[in-house]
Ligand binder design. Structure first.
Ligand SMILES: O=c1[nH]c(=O)c2[nH]c(=O)[nH]c2[nH]1
Length: 303
């Protein structure tokens, strides 16, 4: 039965490009999700399997990262226009390029020592505030928290000196991006109607602030260390809380190898990273006030 090929397009979708430019201690971040769809003289690849007109999707991915390095990312529009023009004008067989770009907005974390604020960001778009109340007619237990508080340090993070066995390939990192989406719960020590209840809203705002400040101000040797500093900071400043538990995905950002295209890509300036989504390290832990009991369930914060 004769068939006709209808509309078709192809390309690499969801290239997660993160570019950090350094202006002294002040860093700038561009965080994009770029999807390429190309169409043109693609009958043969579908009908006979000839790839003679096919620019590999892998190449479209490389082009996205190389363009981010070589030409920069002024705006999502400018970047998309530049890419689309490149595919259509450089490949005879490609007559149409559709480039979709999502841009994730970040704002700087405000810290008291403004000099340190240059490399710490929190993603725009609110986190979700959570609480769980338990009452048995006598005692209250209030565990509050948040999830999806996405934060990133573009420097002041390393990971080295770890165990190496025959399966270890990870290279030591002296200056890496540290990013996570904080899921945390904290337990109040308020248990009875005979005690004044905390100001819940103020407490939430203050805990959130301490989490962000601790994240921004910690020179991190591991996400585990940052986790502890965030919890300790909350307990140091918030007497109404006895226990904090976190589940922190390590949202890996890998420097892209652009050497095959003659481009040096190191952390010095203008570095281009791929934001990987899976798999991810998952760092979890409880920080407790001394003498207090751990009562937040281990799996309460896990995905
Ligand atoms: O902060 C980190 N902690 C780890 O335990 C770990 N493991 C790993 O591969 N990378 C990292 N990073």
């Amino acid at each position: 039965m004769p068939t006709i090929l209808g509309q078709n397009q192809y390309g690499k979708a969801e290239n997660r490009v993160v570019k950090i430019t350094r202006d002294g201690a002040t860093h700038h971040i561009k965080d994009l999700n770029v999807s390429i769809a190309l169409s043109g003289d693609m009958e043969e690849v579908h009908y006979s399997g000839s790839n003679a007109n096919v620019l590999p999707t892998d190449t479209t991915k490389n082009t996205v990262f190389a363009f981010a390095k070589e030409h920069g990312v002024e705006s999502a529009e400018q970047f998309g226009i530049h890419l689309a023009r490149h595919f259509v004008t450089s490949q005879d067989a490609i007559h149409r390029a559709r480039v979709r770009v999502e841009e994730y907005a970040w704002e700087r974390i405000a810290v008291p020592d403004a000099g340190r604020a240059g490399h710490s960001f929190v993603r725009k778009g609110q986190e979700t505030r959570l609480t769980q109340i338990t009452y048995d007619g006598e005692r209250w237990e209030v565990v509050s928290g948040l999830k999806d508080l996405t934060v990133l340090n573009s420097t002041d993070s390393e990971f080295r000196g770890y165990v190496k066995d025959r399966y270890t390939t990870l290279e030591e990192a002296y200056d890496r991006i540290l990013a996570t989406s904080v899921s945390g719960r904290w337990r109040f020590n308020w248990t009875g109607d005979d005690q004044p209840a905390p100001d819940w809203d103020d407490s939430y705002e203050q805990v959130r602030r301490h989490l962000l400040e601790a994240f921004a101000e910690t020179y991190s040797r591991s996400l585990q260390q940052t986790l502890h500093r965030m919890g300790a900071r909350v307990l140091d400043h918030r007497g109404e809380i006895d226990e904090v538990r976190f589940s922190l995905p390590n949202s890996h950002h890998f420097l892209v190898d652009l050497e095959p295209f003659g481009l040096e890509n190191d952390t010095a300036d203008g570095a281009v990273y791929v934001a990987a989504d899976r798999p991810y390290g998952l760092i979890e832990g409880t920080v407790l006030r001394e003498g207090c009991e751990a009562r937040i369930p281990v799996d309460l914060t896990s995905p």
